[in-house]
Design a protein around this ligand. Sequence first.
Ligand code: NAP
Length: 248
Amino acid sequence: MTHNKKTAIISGASRGIGRAVAVELAGEGVNISFNYLKSSNDALDLEKEINDLGVKVKSFQVDIKDYKAVKSWVDDTKELFGGIDIIINNAGIVKDKALALMAPDDWHDVINTNLDGTFNLTRAAIVGLIKQKGGAIINITSVSGIVGIPRQTNYSASKAGIIGFTKSLAREVASYNIRVNAVAPGFIETDILKELKEDYKDQLVKQIPLNRLGKSEEVAKIVKFLVSEDAGYITGQTFVIDGGLSMV
Ligand code: NAP
């Protein structure tokens, strides 16, 4: 792995998959700038953990839905760390409900956080990558955006949108040596699954060929590979990590 003091900007790293990605990349010597919405204590804990790994780290309480705030976060990161090499669009929420019962706010909150959030961070940071003629972007999507899951029309739409965004941008910026890929987890043990009832989770696990939920660290390992030079010939792809759940 050859990262040479690169900087990664990661959305939603106070908990779950984003946190695991931050730790994994920091372990490779990558400086980390991350945001979160509410979990200040978790963000401070992560800052401490990453500091101990000997790289620079800074957390920002920034709503990923707010373009102006995201732009300031990007500008502050560039000033503090000297540039941005890796963008990880990870912040995401669910608000599951049958479409017949879904309030417009449930639709908009999920689309604005997951899809607009991916636009906001990428749009604010992409010019720097273009100018330096290099970089890697990873968008965290979901198998829900590939196969569709009932009661997740809002979430599935946001995640399918992210896959289209990934392919389109990959073609657009390939000539600047910027690679853009997506990672599509299945069911990973994080707070996002808290809403699921235990008996539903048990049923779900029975449908997963590898017979267990995934771990954030397992998702982080693919992200680490995809942003590394070992993945230098890979762009515009979506990598599924779901224990075999969505295989056809
Ligand atoms: P999580 O444990 O709930 O963590 C979500 C993270 O996003 C937190 O750091 C949270 O910050 C941040 N966040 C949420 N809304 C935000 C906003 N408006 N502005 C800034 N930050 C915000 O979720 P996770 O399971 O790790 O999910 C991470 C990504 O993986 C999401 O995009 C999710 O859709 C995707 N994914 C997860 C699974 C799964 O099974 N876990 C499966 C497929 C895809 P606070 O801590 O401050 O709230």
